[in-house]
Design a protein around this ligand. Structure first.
Ligand code: ARG
Length: 228
């Protein structure tokens, strides 16, 4: 898009999977806007570079591929920093601490420890850390493109439990009183923004933006706006 006076608008293109409230989800007045904590964070990062944010919504397991193919500049998707992912992309400083939680019907009383998860039929989001962890604990894992579909499978009685990140799990539960979540003692996970390994300049700018936002209070304001 060209703006007035012949000047060309510059974009920061962010890849996300808008199936992960409150970090990224579809909503707004027109019902087709991508909103959420990560999007607001990315907007500020773009603004700090004098750029306009452009959001590309795609499947979660396509994000790293798109980043390394140069289709997006940055991934903001509640993505957990893991050693495996660090082998193919670079991550910003961690910006959020999360854990996996077990979602079951409220009537389920048989899962009270990580040990109880072993061998259960688990629904997860494809390519997520929940997917990877579930496969370490059980041979009976069904992966879906969205967390929403995983929750549907549980509501339909087709699986014993869903393994999902704490904040989006809480958002889904708010709409499903027949479900409960348990934290158990899964390890903490840290979300980072991802950039291609050949882009250390952008990584530096991202970290500087996060530092500034933490110092001037706007990071906490964003947390207060989006988290429950
Ligand atoms: N934190 C988890 C992971 O990195 C799940 C992230 C899912 N994010 C999303 N936007 N769907 O694997």
């Amino acid at each position: 898009t060209l703006t007035g006076c012949g000047s060309k608008e510059e974009y920061l293109v962010v890849g996300t999977n808008a199936e992960f409230p409150p970090f990224e989800y579809i909503g707004g007045a027109t019902g087709d806007e991508v909103l959420g904590f990560d999007i607001d964070l990315a907007k500020q990062i773009a603004a700090d570079q004098g750029k306009t944010l452009k959001v590309e919504n795609m499947k979660f397991d396509s994000l790293i591929v798109a980043l390394n193919a140069g289709k997006v500049d940055m991934v903001a998707a509640g993505m957990t920093i893991t050693p495996e992912r660090k082998a193919s992309v670079d991550f910003s400083q961690p910006y959020y601490e999360a854990t996996q939680v077990v979602i079951t019907p409220v009537t389920n009383v048989s899962i009270n420890s990580v040990d109880d998860v072993k061998g259960k039929h688990i629904a997860v989001q494809l390519g997520s850390t929940g997917d990877i962890m579930a496969k370490e604990l059980s041979d009976n894992v069904t992966a879906f493109n969205t967390g929403f579909e995983a929750i549907m499978e549980l509501k339909n009685g087709k699986v014993d439990m869903v393994l999902f990140d704490s904040e989006p799990a809480a958002k889904h539960l708010a709409k499903n009183p027949q479900l409960k979540m348990q934290k158990l003692n899964f390890d903490a996970e840290y979300y980072g923004l991802a950039v291609a390994k050949n882009n250390p300049e952008l990584l530096k700018q991202i970290n500087a933006s996060i530092d500034t936002m933490k110092q001037n209070g706007s990071f906490d304001a964003l947390l207060a706006k989006h988290m429950q």
